[in-house]
Unconditional design. Structure first.
Length: 101
């Protein structure tokens, strides 16, 4: 009889733990999702502007987006002004050339 009571008590603890975990996940998840959405919409709009006159717009948008996500900034205008964002300016590809457009 004692063995059954111990198992029942453990099951109750497990249910309480899972319910608490679920509640914490539901409360914390929206803040992470909102941060991701805000970051990507910022990068999308800035990179659209930056790459608006690029000859290879798809490639420009791809690398601008990568750089923006890492650096959290994009220089103003369609060319130059990289002094505004040193991280963006200093990123190099495997060949040692600037990665960010």
């Amino acid at each position: 009889m004692l063995h059954f009571t111990t198992l029942q008590f453990s099951a109750q603890k497990m249910k309480l733990f899972l319910a608490t975990l679920l509640l914490v996940t539901l409360v914390v998840s929206p803040s992470f999702i909102q941060t991701s959405i805000a970051g990507s919409s910022y990068c999308n709009s800035k990179c659209q502007q930056r790459c608006s006159k690029a000859g290879l717009a798809d490639r420009c948008l791809k690398y601008c987006g990568i750089c923006c996500e890492v650096c959290k900034c994009v220089p103003s205008g369609t060319y130059g002004n990289k002094h505004e964002c040193p991280c963006y300016r200093d990123k190099k590809n495997s060949k040692g050339k600037p990665k960010c457009p």
